[in-house]
Structure formats: C-alpha cells, structure tokens
Write a protein that binds this ligand. Structure first.
Ligand SMILES: [Zn+2]
Length: 413
C-alpha cells in the first residue's frame, strides 16, 4: 500500500481500512453485504476492492451453486490469511528477530538468527529480508504491507507527542530535516513502506505488556538482561519514552561507584555487572568454565556453588536497582527477560530478596515479579504493536520516528 501521501490518498487509505476492518469483524462478505455495511458508493467500493484484490490483501471465493437451484451465489471476499499487514524487526546487538501479522491481526510467524556484533547494516537488512521470506513457509504476501516497526539498540527520541503532526522531531540536521536511521533508509528501499523506529528493549517491554507476562498491566517495569541491560516502563497505562527517548535505561544506573568503566562512558553501571559478558567474565575470573549462557545455566542446574554464588551477587545488584525504580514509579508488575533470565531461581531469588529489603514496606506485597514469556521475539512483536497502534498503551505515544518527509516526495503522483 505504498500510495503517495496527500489528502486524497489518505481518504483512500481510510476507505481501505474501513473495508479491511469490516472483513476482519464479519469474516467473508459479498460485495452487496460490504456495500450495506460501509456506506461507500458502489463505484468507490468496487474500485477499492479491485485494488485490495490486486494487492493480495483480499481474496475472492465463489461458493458452490446452491442445491435449491436459486442460481449462482454471490462471490464473497475475505482477508488473505497470508497477506502481511505489519512486520516487526528487532535489530539486537548480536541477533535479528522478525515477526509478522496478517490483516486479521493474527501473528503469522516469527524467526530469529544470531549474527556477529559488527555486522554492517546492509547485511543485517539482507538477513532481515531473508528471514521475512521464511515466514508462513515462504508464502507471506507483502502487497498489503502497511509499515515496518523496527527496534534498534540505544536511545531513539522521535517526535514529541505534544508537537503538531509533521513537525520534525528533536533529531534534526541544520537544514531542519529529521535524520533517518540508516536502517530506515535501507528497509524503505527494500520494502517500499514507512519504517517506524524505536528502542528495541522498550518495544520488548511493550510486547510483554500487551501479549506477554504483564498483559493487562497498567504499571509495568520491564528489565532485559542480555548483551546489554535495558528496560522499559508502562506508567499509568501508557508506554513511557521520556523527553529524549531515554526512558528505561536501567542498565546505566550506578551500582558500584568504584566499578568498571561502562560503554556509556559512566562507571559501575548495572550493565557492567549484569550483562551477559559481565556475568560470564566474572564467572571465568573465579575459575568457572562457560562460553555462553546455556553453559552457565548447565552449571547452575548442576548445583555448582561458584555459579550460584556469583548469580546471587548479580541478583542483589539487580534487585537494588529495581527497588529504587519501584519506589520512584510504583509498578504492580516487574518482568525480567533476556537470556540471563534462563538462569532461573539462582537469579530470581536474590533479586526478590533485595527487592524485599529495599522496596518501601507498604508496597512489598503489591509488586509481582515475573519472568518474561515472549522469548527473544518480544521486541519484534512490540514493533508490530507500534505499527498497528491499536494498544491503549500507545494512545498517548507517538507513532514512531518515521523517515525524513523528503523521501515520500520521491514516490511520484
Ligand atoms: Zn553505563
């Protein structure tokens, strides 16, 4: 659906959404039934339907001739279950995760693949395209694709929700144009649709708060323990971004003033203690043998005192940070995700203990600590939620930083 922007195309897009919404709600309908429901003129409706069929968004079916001999039954139209409406892509530090939903808003597939941390953007986008191509057994149709929701590492600010639509966000060059992220340009080139961008961990928080461990929660603290340590907040039923897109950077809260230097430029951040690299380095420094998290998990499951003792210290540091954030924002649910959550009780018990010690006693039994349930595709699913923009958690959240406006003008009439 890469129509040019403008009042007319917006009107047309509105009509398409109306028709797709009716088919989503009612299931298969004839043209006559659709006409009654939508109130569009016959010409407009047929025109819209012709486009939707050409885009593979809608498929037609002619039911068998009725046995009572009343003539040929009317052709019905239905949503194509293989037509992707939104794709979510999480460009994590060392891996890529994709997911897609069809026009019925059903998740039609998800896929992941690890890669080297220094893989160039072009190759990451190649990989993303290949992974998207494997969804629905290779049958995903992209003619009706509306947009791609992308998560990247690091702060993403985007437009201020208080600003008027179309006004550039804070990341502007001297000429006043918003600066697109390189991955937005590359994806736009490949897929020809708008590319919305946000922080990947915040998108994972969104995914978990809509479909995962915190579904239905209005005040959620999400923490991801992966190659980086980050998180996201849902406050008062809204995903929180913060003035500079820095909301949820729990990994850079200081836990040791004399600690190690952090990639952010700070010292002794939680990330220097609780990231995968930090934990594995500390484990090996104590004589442990593990090249990755699954090996560490194996040691924990075998009851190895060294691994359990190390995770106890890490958990206490995490719990202290969580308690401080809890006291600041008062969540009802804390969700912990990322590969290190696989270490289970060895990490969760000390986290819970530190929380109990440091959280205000009045909120002690009001906070529920949970393990994330969506796995590594949480961020990709959050990207889809960003595109669909249907979750009440996004009602006051900007739709995401899109490309520079100038790029749309190249589309022609
Ligand atoms: Zn830091």
């Amino acid at each position: 659906m890469s129509h040019p922007r403008g009042p007319l195309s917006q009107l047309r897009r509105g009509h398409e959404e109306l028709v797709l919404g009716l088919l989503r709600k009612h299931g298969p309908l004839s043209r006559g039934e659709l006409g009654k429901h939508c109130g569009l003129s016959r010409t407009t409706l047929y025109d819209i339907l012709a486009d939707l069929v050409a885009e593979d968004a809608v498929v037609t079916a002619t039911p068998q001739e009725s046995p009572r001999g009343r003539g040929r039954p009317a052709e019905t139209l239905t949503l194509n279950p293989d037509a992707g409406q939104a794709i979510g892509i999480d460009f994590a530090r060392r891996g890529l995760h994709v997911a897609a939903v069809n026009l019925a808003h059903e998740i039609v597939g998800a896929a992941s693949e690890p890669h080297a941390a220094d893989l160039p953007w072009e190759e990451r986008v190649d990989l993303a395209e290949r992974l998207v191509g494997t969804l629905t057994g290779g049958g995903l149709r992209l003619g009706a694709l509306r947009a791609i929701g992308v998560g990247v590492v690091g702060p993403v600010s985007g437009p201020d929700p208080e600003d008027e639509p179309g006004k550039p966000g804070p990341e502007v060059e001297d000429g006043g144009e918003p600066v697109p992220h390189p991955v937005q340009l590359l994806l736009r080139e490949r897929f020809g649709v708008p590319v919305l961008l946000d922080n990947n961990t915040r998108l994972a928080a969104l995914g978990e708060s809509i479909w995962g461990a915190a579904a239905g929660g209005r005040d959620v603290l999400y923490l991801r323990l992966s190659h980086g340590v980050g998180g996201g907040l849902v406050v008062g039923g809204s995903l929180h971004r913060g003035a500079y897109g820095l909301s949820g950077e729990f990994g850079h809260i200081t836990v040791d003033r004399d600690g190690a230097r952090c990639d952010c430029g700070g010292t002794g951040c939680l990330e220097t203690v609780a990231s995968i690299r930090a934990v594995l380095d500390a484990y090996r420094a104590e004589g442990g043998r593990a090249d990755d998290v699954p090996e560490l998990v194996k040691a924990v499951k075998a009851g190895e005192a060294r691994a359990i003792g190390l995770l106890d210290g890490v958990g206490v540091a995490i719990g202290g940070v969580l308690a401080a954030v809890c006291n600041a924002i008062g969540p009802s649910v804390i969700v912990i995700g990322g590969e290190l959550a696989e270490t289970g009780e060895a990490l969760f018990d000390p986290i819970e203990r530190a929380l109990s010690t440091h959280v205000m006693p009045v909120s002690l039994h009001r906070v529920s600590l949970r393990r994330a349930t969506l796995g590594e595709v949480a961020g990709a699913l959050g990207g889809i939620a960003l595109v669909l923009h249907e979750s009440p958690l996004l009602a006051r959240y900007p739709a995401g930083q899109d490309l520079a406006p100038g790029l749309y003008q190249q589309e022609g009439p």
